[in-house]
Design a protein around this ligand. Structure first.
Ligand code: A2P
Length: 259
């Protein structure tokens, strides 16, 4: 990790994987002595016109992992992602060593079930949270939802969930506590429809067995502004109290990276 004068560091890219025409992930060298809480985000980016161009990115790998991964959308003409998607092994990205965020276990009160609701690349903080042993100390069940337009956009999340069963230590901790429910909205698949529509109809209860209950359930939500607004309304209506790092609650929300 090379340090720049303005608090920025350079991180070497180890691997890039393009999952679909609109999504990719990249692994970097984990910065030395860098500590974060699973679910947090950092500012990363590239130099553009001799200036740093940075955006908030959730760290997709868990805090204990030697791998340091990000999962990104590709936005046509997006100031950063249009350049970031051209990354190759051996390139450097800029990185600011200040992890922050509310999609962390600390911002939630203890509970029985933890629901992780995401759309698109909003799954990134949750691929971190579902691989953190602390999550399973705090909750009996962890249910991860991801809604995408098409089936191929669900592959990244699926591969992470599958990787858990191949990890000797983690698979024992997670055991059968984790459930992944990937849904599509513009192509048929095992589960279809927006998860917000599930919650507003009987579909959620049919699949999960009971409705969201603020006395026992906790939720983390990550997606677009529209999705967050809709979810916030649903959670408040059901009597959930929003949490933060300074005042833990029953649900927390954060916008997924957009351009
Ligand atoms: P839909 O296909 O019905 O718009 P996007 O690519 O536009 O960010 O959407 C990603 C996924 O999130 C899509 O499956 C989309 O469904 C879904 N989505 C969009 N808005 C909402 C919302 N308000 N609540 C839940 N899901 C949403």
């Amino acid at each position: 990790m090379q340090k720049e004068s303005d608090g920025l560091h350079r991180l070497e890219v180890l691997k890039v994987k393009h999952w679909t025409s609109s999504t990719f992930s990249f692994l970097c060298v984990r910065p030395a002595n860098f500590r974060f809480r699973s679910g947090e985000f950092v500012m990363i980016g590239l130099e553009s016109d001799n200036k740093p161009l940075l955006r908030a990115y959730s760290i997709a790998s868990p805090n204990w992992h030697e791998e340091f991964e990000f999962y990104s959308i590709k936005v046509e003409n997006g100031p950063l992602t249009s350049k970031l998607q051209c990354l190759n092994e051996g390139d450097n990205i800029l990185f600011r060593n200040k992890p922050v965020g509310t999609l962390v276990n600390d911002a939630l009160l203890r509970g029985k079930r933890l629901f992780l609701f995401s759309t698109g690349t909003g799954i990134a903080p949750f691929t971190s949270v579902i691989r953190d042993p602390e999550t399973y100390e705090k909750f009996d069940e962890v249910i991860l939802f991801q809604t995408c337009r098409h089936k191929n956009e669900l592959e990244y999340g699926k591969s992470i969930v599958e990787s858990i069963s191949k990890d000797e230590i983690l698979s024992e901790i997670v055991n059968d506590k984790l459930r992944f429910i990937p849904t599509t909205t513009r192509e048929p698949s095992q589960y279809t429809g927006r998860i917000t529509s599930w919650l507003k109809s009987k579909r959620f209860v049919e699949e999960i067995g009971s409705d969201l209950d603020p006395s026992e359930d906790r939720a983390m939500i990550c997606g677009s502004n529209a999705m967050l607004n809709e979810f916030k309304e649903i959670c408040l209506e059901k009597g959930f109290k929003e949490g933060s790092n300074s005042s833990p609650g029953q649900f927390v929300i954060e916008k997924a990276f957009v351009d």
